[in-house]
Write a protein that binds this ligand. Structure first.
Ligand SMILES: CC(=O)SCCNC(=O)CCNC(=O)[C@H](O)C(C)(C)COP(=O)(O)OP(=O)(O)OC[C@H]1O[C@@H](n2cnc3c(N)ncnc32)[C@H](O)[C@@H]1OP(=O)(O)O
Ligand SMILES: CC(C)C(=O)C(=O)O
Length: 558
């Protein structure tokens, strides 16, 4: 690294646009989406997809709702050519889907591309040549004029050939890309694009796609937006063009560049699922589309089973979607930290009480259910977690609704154990910890038998309890079964205690019991100690909760 990088690098000179309009606009409608997974995504893979992988990914893209799909570079290899033929001859392209093919401005390659498309209903022939100063000088060794001639010649070669497609009923659209547009002087990008338009003669009824790629990100997204606004404002016959964006992610701002480029007036967006593509990737369409969705804009794409889309993508491309990928990653919704979990739980509870409405749950930008994810993935527990997360998992997985005070008591118990384990714990493990701490507290006291009957005024109980393994037969009375049991225990020499809180509820199936009771007791020494009991009978669950509480009192008094 250089201590003064200015001796080697310099900032890209931005276009002068003092009256730029894009910063005060908002995005209120979705652009035309074009997936380039099967072309730009594919060309970036160490092992490009074979025909059957491309067919599977194509079917998934169609299912997601893409109406324009760049299916390949058919002049590049037999696999690419064959893929087009399979799509067309097997009738795999739905009526409303247009396939697009990339080709350089080279006659033999254009010829092969046209051949590969024979029989399709509608196609986009995407021709490009590179226009930036470095490309002109080092790669092509050509003047600006010569570079314009390459593009013009290419457009003519396409135009001369399309009658063969049109005669057999294929609708052809030309897409032209001045490749490396974002590193090209805007005046030259306009000049070369207009030269291609002069050949193609687009009209508002038969528009040409002008794709302005951020082939390599050389500046911030605002600079790209200025370039797009400049082009949209200055290019002739704007109404005969569909202005398209194609960003990469070299500076990590591909999505931002596209969003600002749309504000700047573009109509169409090219990109790939999860951002696969050359170097740091293409624009991530999932991210861009879902960003619009979370602002309430209909996107015309369907990611309601995001995991399935991710699974096909990973299998076909061999790439992995990072766990923290926006919308697609395994951890997109997940909160480990306590205060986040607490806020999410409260937000979700409030939403449930309210019965829906506008989404405003803290820390969750969208409802996991919208993309086929589950609330249970949202909160996961490790040593950074708090009582809220623990309570959420016990409730969502097992229907155990811990009273708030008990959450406060059990939270630190669970946290100590999770910290000791040094890893994430499952809901089942938390339940095990909870059972061990409360429900399975049967020492020194263990209930063997309990029976109570009485009137509204007075209940009498007969009970047998093991105390340190020795059975004791006890009786007691009170204004209910719990009070009668407490009376029996205290009379038998157990510490005096008062029941200060009592809750119970039915347990969901799968927990092995039908009722759970929570009891808080107070002794002269201890202000608040909880006990929990589960049983098929509500009454017995409450009595067991008293035993649990008293066992915990005795443990604390040791
Ligand atoms: C930014 C992008 O993603 S652009 C898309 C890039 N995609 C790919 O490269 C994948 C598909 N491409 C290929 O498989 C191959 O490059 C092929 C089949 C198209 C061409 O292969 P080849 O002719 O053997 O080799 P190569 O690509 O090296 O040819 C480069 C030549 O084409 C010229 N060329 C490159 N791009 C273009 C273009 N868009 N229009 C016209 N000529 C071009 C170069 O100047 C060079 O000319 P030279 O041989 O006189 O120096
Ligand atoms: C061919 C063009 C659109 C391209 O892939 C790029 O510039 O990245």
């Amino acid at each position: 690294m250089l201590s003064d990088p200015s001796s080697k690098y310099r900032a890209f000179a931005p276009v002068s646009l003092p009256n730029r309009q894009w910063p005060s606009r908002t995005l209120t409608k979705a652009p035309i989406w074009c997936s380039v997974d099967l072309r730009d995504g594919n060309q970036a893979l160490a092992v490009p997809m074979n025909v059957s992988q491309k067919l599977e990914l194509f079917a998934t893209l169609v299912k997601c709702g893409f109406k324009e799909i760049e299916v390949g570079f058919p002049s590049a290899s037999n696999t690419e050519f064959e893929f087009n033929r399979r799509l067309i001859e097997d009738g795999r392209i739905p009526e409303d889907v247009t396939i697009q093919c990339l080709v350089q401005a080279r006659e033999d390659l254009i010829e092969k591309t046209v051949l590969s498309l024979m029989g399709a209903k509608q196609v986009i022939i995407h021709m490009y040549n590179s226009t930036s100063p470095a490309q002109r000088e080092y790669v092509f060794g050509m003047s600006k004029q010569q570079i314009v001639e390459v593009a013009v010649r290419g457009a003519k070669w396409v135009k001369e050939r399309i009658h063969r497609l049109e005669e057999s009923g294929t609708k052809v659209t030309l897409q032209y890309s001045p490749e490396s547009f974002s590193a090209t002087e805007v005046e030259f990008a306009k000049e070369i694009s207009e030269a291609v338009m002069d050949v193609w003669q687009p009209t508002p009824e038969r528009r040409m796609i002008l794709n302005l790629p951020d082939t390599v990100e050389v500046a911030g997204p605002n600079v790209y937006a200025d370039q797009i606004e400049w082009m949209c404002t200055n290019i002739k016959n704007r109404e005969s063009l569909i202005v398209s964006l194609h960003t990469h992610n070299d500076r990590g701002t591909g999505t931002a560049a596209t969003e600002l480029g749309l504000l700047a007036g573009a109509d169409r967006v090219e990109g790939t699922l999860f951002g696969n593509g050359e170097r740091t990737g293409n624009l991530d369409i999932v991210q861009t589309a879902m960003n619009l969705y979370m602002h309430g804009v209909p996107i015309g794409l369907d990611f309601s089973d995001m995991n399935a889309v991710r699974e096909v993508y990973e299998r076909c491309t061999g790439m992995t979607v990072p766990a923290r990928h926006p919308y697609g990653g395994e951890l997109f919704f997940t909160a480990f930290s306590g205060s986040h979990q607490d806020a999410i739980k409260k937000g979700l509870d409030a939403r449930e009480k309210r019965g829906g409405g506008v989404w405003d749950v803290p820390y969750l930008t969208i409802d996991p259910k919208d993309i086929g994810r589950e609330y249970r993935e949202v909160i996961r527990v490790n040593s950074q977690s708090g009582k809220g997360g623990v309570a959420y998992l016990l409730e969502s997985e097992f229907g155990i609704e811990l009273p708030k005070e008990l959450q406060r008591e059990f939270g630190p118990v669970a946290n100590d154990e999770v910290d000791r384990l040094g890893r994430e714990v499952t809901a089942a493990e938390l339940k095990e910890m909870f059972w061990k701490e409360y429900v399975e507290r049967v020492s020194p006291l263990e209930l063997k038998h309990f029976h109570a009957d009485g009137t509204k005024e007075v209940f009498r109980c007969r009970t047998s309890v093991f105390v340190d393994g020795e059975e004791q037969h006890l009786t007691g009375e009170g204004n209910g079964p719990i009070a009668a049991f407490a009376d029996a225990l205290i009379a038998a020499g157990q510490p005096a205690f008062q029941v200060t809180d009592y809750r119970e509820h039915a347990l969901s199936a799968g927990t092995g019991a039908s009722a759970i009771s929570y009891i808080r007791v107070q002794t002269p020494e201890l202000k608040s100690v909880w006990g929990v009991g589960v049983d098929t009978s509500i009454e017995l669950s409450s009595i067991k909760a008293v035993v649990s509480a008293l066992n915990r009192v005795l443990a604390k008094m040791k």
